[in-house]
Design a protein around this ligand. Structure first.
Ligand code: SF4
Ligand code: SF4
Length: 194
C-alpha cells in the first residue's frame, strides 16, 4: 500500500517537473526526439557531465534531482547553437536558463564548477545592481573572495588595468537607481529579499 502510494507521489512529482519546465521555459520539451544535433554543435558538451540532448531526455523523464544537480546546466554558455540546429524547434538554451533558475530557487546544493559558475553569475548581477552597469574590477575581486582564490588572474587584471582596459573605480551611471529598482521589483515578484 505504502509502496503504491510512494510510487504515485513520485510519478506526480515527475509530471510536475516536466510541466514546470515546459511552462517556465515556454518550450515544447516533449517534442525532442533525441536526434543529438544539439550536442553535436555544442561547444561546451565535452566538459559537461551530461550532454545537452541527455539533459533534455532527463527532463522528459522527470529526473528532477539529477537535472538540477548537474554541472551541465551551469556550464552551458547560452550560445544558442543548439537552438538554431534543433529540427523540433526546441529552444534548448532557454530550457537551460530555466533549469538554472529552478536550481537557484530551490536552493539545490551545487558541486565544484557548477558552484563557481553560479557564484560568477551572482557577482556579475550584484555589481550591475550596485553600479547600474558592470564594474569589472569589483566583480573580479568579489568573485575571487567568494571562491577563496584571492590572487586568481591577478596578473591579467593588473595588465588590463595598466592598459586602461578596465577602470579602477566604478563608472558613475546616470540611471543607477532605476537599475536597482528593476532588481528590487524582480525580487518582489520572486518573493525574496536581498
Ligand atoms: S536537437 Fe532538438 S530534437 Fe534533437 S536532441 Fe536536441 S533538443 Fe532534441
Ligand atoms: S546554448 Fe548551451 S547547450 Fe546550447 S549549444 Fe550553447 S552551450 Fe551548448
Amino acid at each position: 500500500m505504502s509502496v503504491a502510494f510512494n510510487l504515485t507521489n513520485s510519478l506526480k512529482d515527475n509530471f510536475g517537473f516536466i510541466n514546470n519546465v515546459s511552462k517556465e521555459s515556454g518550450q515544447p520539451v516533449e517534442q525532442c526526439y533525441q536526434c543529438g544535433k544539439c550536442t553535436a554543435g555544442c561547444p561546451v558538451a565535452f566538459a559537461m557531465d551530461y550532454p545537452p540532448h541527455r539533459v533534455l531526455r532527463m527532463v522528459q523523464l522527470g529526473l528532477k534531482e539529477n537535472v538540477l544537480r548537474s554541472q551541465a546546466i551551469w556550464l552551458c554558455a547560452g550560445c544558442s547553437t543548439c537552438t538554431s540546429r534543433c529540427p523540433r524547434n526546441v529552444d534548448l538554451a532557454q530550457v537551460m536558463d530555466c533549469l538554472r533558475s529552478l536550481a537557484k530557487r530551490e536552493g539545490v546544493p551545487l558541486d565544484d564548477r557548477a558552484r563557481d559558475v553560479s557564484l560568477f553569475y551572482d557577482c556579475f548581477l550584484n555589481t550591475v545592481e550596485d553600479n547600474g552597469k558592470l564594474y569589472e574590477l569589483g566583480m573580479m575581486l568579489n568573485y575571487n573572495l567568494k571562491t577563496r582564490q584571492l590572487f586568481k588572474n591577478a596578473n591579467t587584471g593588473l595588465a588590463m588595468l595598466t592598459r586602461n582596459k578596465i577602470k579602477f573605480l566604478p563608472a558613475k551611471t546616470k540611471n543607477r537607481r532605476d537599475v536597482a529598482m528593476i532588481f528590487q521589483r524582480v525580487r518582489e515578484l520572486e518573493g525574496k529579499a536581498r
